[in-house]
Structures are given as structure tokens and as C-alpha cells.
Design a protein around this ligand. Structure first.
Ligand code: PLP
Length: 476
């Protein structure tokens, strides 16, 4: 497919039937006028429209098919949320408008803070962070400042399980902490004895995901939180997998002090393609004074932005966060009510259903009941000549987005599957059948699998080349 620059044909793209020759002379000082043409593509409005429609048709999205991308919770985003977020009063409100003129938006943010407090069991919430990783950084900054104010600057270490998402160590490191890895045991959970051996007066916190990235619930979480608190340390909850447990338990009950949620995972707001998302952070009472300012508050008569937070780490995002995402998440929470609990239950049921159907054919390194996702290993198929990458590519020929592959790092040839609650049994059965068909095909005709994807607009790309020498500019 040609780029829009290559398609350029000199047509006038502005408007239909408008015949205005705007004379720039006199409007802009001569020395500021461009001497040469700017080189933008020129096409008619309809040609531009067709170009971008054709591009979007080549893309894969949840509206086109099953998207079992583990750890990402690619659940369905109800379209009514889009309608609400585009209401003029929300979409066109200027962020510098006074509190008085922004009561509706502030009320929505305040109510969302309250709902997230209720759902997580936390005492204070900031809506500012723009993504999960950004929430992690915010949480780590809060923990760092908390110990600084307490005078415990010796607490320089953060413990992170070997199954953790890469953003965890990255966020802690960016905050200046030293990362200490704790091993998982043979059941895919934090090894308590290993953890005990790492504890000393220099440990600031542990960052945990529960259920963890293997889709396994950390059964010893209460023991871990007691160990950490007895050590004077804090616990950070990576809430990326909260879709598995919302309404059933919460990070406060598990003993966590700081938590981020990914609204774009758990609360049905769109993601992929770089966002925007939102990663609100909740904290327990003793950390409320450290939240980024402003926090949205209510004095009984009106809603206002409170900038007066005693030990605030400062702002972490321009204005108040990705407001449009907040509107969508709030709409979803109101729409679901107590059914949030059912969404989690169905997500867990769907994942266990697929796991049980596939586990004889693909290796299941941690054969435990899973939560909302599970991790297979393509080791057997790898020995038969097709690696996990080949399986992922082959799925695309059946209009299925590949699962997450090669993560978590502790599983060889990992295939991480998360169906979410929004899919029907027919969709799950089709996925299972395609996975079984691919396993058969690898035995009988691996060449065919290695040639995949065969039906997509772009076939197999050289991923190393694409990562090392990306060609992102036209003309190059
Ligand atoms: C997605 C994810 C993150 C990062 O969240 P973003 O919103 O993508 O920044 C962190 N931890 C886990 C376990 C995740 O799945």
C-alpha cells in the first residue's frame, strides 16, 4: 500500500465546493513566510478518507475478532462510554476553567475517586497518572518520600518477584531504588523462605501483582504483608490483574499500602496503540498526605481542587489526568454496579475453561487453578520444529490476535492467554479448536505454519531488523 505522500496528486483537499484563494500577503510578515512549498501531501477530501479507512481496515481490533492478549485485559469497551465521553460539556471543557464553572467534571472525578476507594479499600486516590507504569512511578515516589519524611533514608531496596512485569523494576529503579529479585516457588508463587532471607532494615517495599502474571493467586499474601510490615516496609499492589478479583477481595484486605489500577484494563476503557490510558493510585490513610496535588474534594456544597497537601510529591501529569478515560471508566462502573463481581467470575471461568481444554496438548508448567489468565509453554511444539512465535503468527490466519508470548520470562516459550469475561462460549471453543489444529499441523506439516501468517496484509516481518533499524520516515 502506498503512503499518503506517494498518493499525493496536487488536489485541493480543503472542503467541497469552496473556492477561496486566501492571500497571505499582508497577513503574515514577509520574513516569516515560507519560501518553498511545505511538501505536505495533496489529495481530495474523499481520497484522504479512503486512505485512512483502508489503513484502519488492515488493523486488528477487538471489534474484528478475539483478542486474548494475556496481562493486557483486552475486554470489550462498551460504545455508550464513547458517547458519554464525547458529550460537549466533558469534551470541550477547558482544564483551566474555574472550579465554579467545572462542577460537573469535578463531581464526576470526585465520585470516581470514591468508587475506586470503595473497590480497592484504600483511603485516598489520585486520578492523575496516565497509565499503569506511570501509577507505579507515582506509588514509588510516594513510598520514597514517606520514608524520607520519617527519616528512614536507609530504605533503598525494593523487592520484586521474578514473575513481575518489566515496568515494576523499571519504575522502582527510576525512583532511585535498588532492585532485589525474589524467586517464585514450584507453584508459581513468591517463595516465602527466599523472601525472609532478603528482609533487612534497608528494604523500603515489595511490589506484587496478585493474581500474579502467571495468573496464579498468591495464597501467602497475608503472611507476606505481615512479614513486610513487621520489617517496617510497605507493600505496593500492581493492579493490572485486578479484573480477576474485583468485588471478591481488594488490596486493602490483602494488606497492601499503595495500589495502582489500570482503568484501560479493568474498567473497560480503550487501550492499545499507545493509549491514552489511566493508572489511578490509591493509598492507605498514612500515605494520603503524599498524594500528587491537586486531589478533588467536596466541602458539602461544592467540589474543588485541593492543592494544599502536606507532603505532596507534586504533580505527576499536566492538569488532572486523562479526563476522557475517567469519564468512560465511571460510566462503566455505574453501569455494572455489583455485576463487577460477575465480570471477574466470568473472566476466571473462561480462562480455566480454555486452560483445561488445551493442557494435554500444550505444556502447562504450573498446573493450578488459574485466575483470569494462564501461561502455557510451547516447549513441546518447539522441539517439533515450530516455536511459540510460529504459533502466534499462525493464529492470525484464523482472525485471532496472538496471545502474549515470551512473557513472563520464567516460562520457556511462554504463551499467556487471557480471554476476558466478554467472550461467548462459541468464541472460546473456536479458539480452542484453532489452537488444537495448529498443534496437529505442527506435527504433520510444520512448513505451512512457518510460512504464516498467510492471510494478513503484511506477512512475516524481520522483527530484529524492525527493532534495530526502524524506518519510520518518508521519504527516507
Ligand atoms: C499492563 C501491565 C503493567 C503496565 O501498565 P500500563 O498501563 O501498560 O503502563 C504493569 N504490570 C502488569 C502486570 C501489567 O500487565
Amino acid at each position: 500500500m502506498k503512503t499518503i505522500f506517494e498518493k499525493s496528486n496536487g488536489a485541493d483537499g480543503i472542503g467541497i465546493g469552496v473556492n477561496s484563494e486566501i492571500k497571505l500577503e499582508g497577513l503574515i510578515p514577509k520574513e516569516l513566510l515560507r519560501e518553498d512549498p511545505i511538501g505536505l501531501p495533496q489529495l481530495s477530501e474523499l481520497e484522504v478518507l479512503r486512505h485512512y479507512k483502508a489503513l484502519s481496515d488492515r488493523n486488528f481490533c477487538i471489534e474484528k475478532g478475539f483478542y486474548p492478549l494475556g496481562s493486557c485485559t483486552m475486554k470489550y469497551n462498551p460504545k455508550v462510554n464513547e458517547l458519554l465521553a464525547s458529550l460537549e460539556g466533558f469534551a470541550n471543557l477547558h482544564p483551566l476553567q474555574s472550579d465554579e464553572d467545572s462542577q460537573g467534571a469535578l463531581e464526576l472525578m470526585y465520585n470516581l475517586q470514591e468508587k475506586l476507594k470503595y473497590i480497592t479499600g484504600m483511603d485516598g486516590v489520585t486520578l492523575q497518572p496516565a497509565a499503569g507504569a506511570h501509577g507505579e512511578l507515582t506509588g514509588m515516589m510516594i513510598i520514597k518520600k514517606y520514608f524520607e519524611v520519617k527519616g528512614e533514608t536507609n530504605r533503598t531496596k525494593v523487592i520484586i518477584p521474578d514473575s513481575a512485569h518489566g515496568t515494576n523494576p523499571a519504575s522502582a529503579k527510576m525512583c532511585g531504588f535498588e532492585i532485589v529479585e525474589v524467586k517464585s516457588n514450584e507453584r508459581g508463587q513468591v517463595d516465602i523462605e527466599a523472601l525472609k532471607s532478603l528482609l533487612d532494615e534497608n528494604v523500603a517495599a515489595i511490589m506484587m501483582t496478585n493474581p500474579n502474571t502467571l495468573g496464579i493467586f498468591e495464597e501467602k499474601v497475608l503472611e507476606i504483608s505481615k512479614l513486610m510490615h513487621d520489617n517496617g516496609s510497605l507493600l505496593y499492589y500492581d493492579g493490572a490483574n485486578f479484573n480477576a478479583v474485583m468485588g471478591w477481595t481488594n488490596p486493602a484486605l490483602m494488606g497492601f499500602d499503595v495500589v495502582h489500577l489500570n482503568l484501560h484494563k479493568t474498567f473497560a476503557t480503550p487501550h492499545g496503540g499507545g493509549g491514552p490510558g489511566a493508572g489511578p493510585v490509591g493509598v492507605v490513610e498514612k500515605l494520603k498526605d503524599y498524594l500528587p496535588s491537586p486531589v478533588i474534594e467536596f466541602d458539602g456544597a461544592k467540589y474543588y481542587r485541593n492543592y494544599n497537601i502536606k507532603h505532596s510529591i507534586g504533580k505527576v501529569r499536566s492538569f488532572y489526568g486523562n479526563f476522557g478515560v475517567l469519564v468512560r471508566a465511571y460510566a462503566y462502573i455505574l453501569m455494572m454496579g455489583n455485576n463487577l463481581k460477575l465480570a471477574s467470575a466470568d473472566a476466571v471461568l473462561n480462562a480455566n475453561y480454555i486452560k483445561e481444554k488445551l493442557k494435554g496438548v500444550y505444556e502447562l508448567p504450573y498446573d493450578e487453578p488459574c485466575m483470569h489468565e494462564f501461561v502455557l509453554s510451547g516447549e513441546k511444539q518447539h522441539h517439533e520444529g515450530v516455536s511459540t512465535l510460529g504459533i502466534a503468527k499462525r493464529l492470525m490466519d484464523d482472525n485471532i490476535h496472538p496471545p502474549t508470548v515470551y512473557f513472563p520470562l520464567i516460562v520457556h516459550e511462554a504463551i499467556m492467554i487471557e480471554p476476558t469475561e466478554s467472550e461467548s462460549k462459541e468464541v472460546l471453543d473456536n479458539f480452542i479448536n484453532v489452537m488444537l489444529k495448529i498443534a496437529e499441523e505442527i506435527k504433520s506439516n510444520p512448513e505451512e505454519v512457518l510460512k504464516s501468517p498467510q492471510k494478513t496484509p503484511i506477512k512475516r516481518v524481520d522483527e530484529t531488523q524492525a527493532a534495530r533499524h526502524p524506518n519510520l520516515v518518508f521519504p527516507n
